[in-house]
Design a protein around this ligand. Structure first.
Ligand code: HEM
Length: 406
């Protein structure tokens, strides 16, 4: 599959035209990822980390071959300790801690628990859209994509909604710590300050909640801690913060990117408007086509063969979810946005042991928000073709102004 012409063109670019830390990459990573998948599908980057871009390889890495998130010495590739402390968020843990945490947290995200929230989300979306109608203008992120997931996660966790504006900024800044040492120093500094602010915030909230436990996820986590010491105080803080961040930022990305994709494909939007029953498939297609998380990292536990290359044991590997989701060997005509696609087994929520715990919740929120928006405002149009990305590490829009045409 060696494409010598393209290789020659990238002779001076060790990232082969697809540097995930280049701001230009975020704007439209797909052409660069497609070339990388053709030219060097199992690619060793200039920073010693490998990249997988084919769907089957990414699935094997996430689900089938022995792998983890920590290196053999217990560290995480690129992780920067803050105030000497390392995150114990579930996403950063391997078994047995990961298995224990997953069991402890999972009941809050079970389909039945999420279905109980549907009526609340339904009312919330209606109220938000009423406001849009009253003011006669729409900025999809501030008016819909941000308030839906942030209200839901605050209410679920028992975090006061009045504090939302403060931690919207913190949660955005902390996402960069996932790339840690690979981010520019000033971005890293902002991330560290935000983590310390969030830590302080949760320390106060947890102390208050210990005095009056309620019917929320934070109280459940405290009970689990007290009940046989199954969640240590540092695990409690890390996971409360992690859930808040995970629940916010990504779902803003799904709703925002999804609405933008629909507005850029009026034929698909028309299909969805004509048949609201297509909304479930449409949300899956939005996740496949423009999912907010481009990549995730795993570490090999043993020498592992992918195609004609062997990745040695204990090497970090970027699983390029965005590339896998547009792999023509798996999806027919992958660059076509098609809300009628069936059985879209995309990897936008990852896969294997760390498969997203909030997937059911995010899908439900997106179906309600996108489904109602497109029915309520039939004459929407993008105000600009240019995407205005937000300040987080993920592919999440910061603003999406839309005209309502009367
Ligand atoms: C569209 C929205 C979302 C997307 C695209 C998304 C994506 C992902 C991905 C790709 C992973 C796996 C990362 C890895 O394997 O390294 C993940 C894990 C996770 N997500 Fe989400 N997520 C979304 C929404 C949510 C929500 C709403 C919550 C919770 C309220 C949530 C909580 C989590 C948690 C706790 C994990 C870690 C699971 C584990 O380590 O076992 N996510 N998510």
């Amino acid at each position: 599959m060696e494409d010598t012409a393209a290789r020659e063109a990238w002779r001076d670019d060790p990232w082969l035209g697809a540097n995930p830390f280049d701001p230009a990459f975020r704007d439209d990573p797909y052409p660069a990822l497609a070339r990388l998948r053709t030219v060097d599908p199992v690619n060793e980057t200039p920073i010693g980390i490998f990249r997988l871009t084919r769907y089957d390889d990414v699935v094997r890495m996430l689900k089938e071959v022995p792998s983890g998130v920590r290196m053999a010495d217990g560290t995480i590739f690129g992780e920067v300790p803050i105030d000497g402390e390392r995150s114990e968020f579930i996403l950063r843990m391997d078994p047995p801690a990961h298995t224990r945490l997953r069991k402890l947290l999972s009941h809050a995200f079970r389909p039945r628990a999420v279905d109980r929230l549907r009526a609340r989300v339904d009312t919330l979306v209606d109220e938000l859209l009423d406001r849009v109608e009253e003011k006669g203008s729409l900025e999809v992120i501030a008016d819909l994509a941000l308030p839906v997931p942030s209200t839901v996660i605050c209410e679920m966790m028992g975090v006061p909604l009045a504090d939302r504006d403060r931690f919207t900024q913190w949660t955005t800044a902390t996402t960069h710590l996932l790339a840690g040492a690979l981010t520019p120093p000033e971005v890293l500094e902002r991330g560290k300050t935000a983590v310390m602010a969030l830590r302080e915030y949760f320390e106060v909230l947890i102390a208050e909640r210990r005095r009056t436990l309620g019917d929320d996820v934070l109280s459940d986590m405290i009970r689990a801690e007290e009940d046989g010491d199954r969640l240590s105080p540092s695990e409690l803080i890390s996971n409360a913060m992690g859930l808040l961040v995970a629940g916010f930022e990504t779902t803003i990305g799904l709703i925002g990117n999804g609405v933008r994709a629909l507005l850029r494909h009026p034929d698909q939007l028309a299909l969805l408007r004509a048949d609201p029953g297509l909304i479930d498939g449409a949300v899956e297609e939005c996740l496949r086509y423009e999912g907010p998380i481009v990549l995730t990292i795993r570490v090999t536990r043993e020498d592992t063969r992918f195609g004609d290359r062997t990745i040695p044991a204990d090497r970090p590997v970027m699983c390029m979810l965005a590339a896998a989701n547009r792999d023509p060997a798996h999806f027919a005509d992958p660059d076509r946005f098609d809300v009628t696609r069936r059985d879209v087994d995309h990897l936008a929520f990852g896969g294997g042991a760390h498969f997203c715990m909030g997937a059911h919740l995010a899908r439900m929120e997106a179906r309600e928000a996108i489904g109602k928006l497109v029915q309520r405002f039939p004459r929407m149009e993008l105000e600009s073709e240019r995407a205005e990305w937000g300040a987080s590490l993920f592919r999440v829009l910061g603003r999406l102004p839309v005209g309502l045409r009367g």
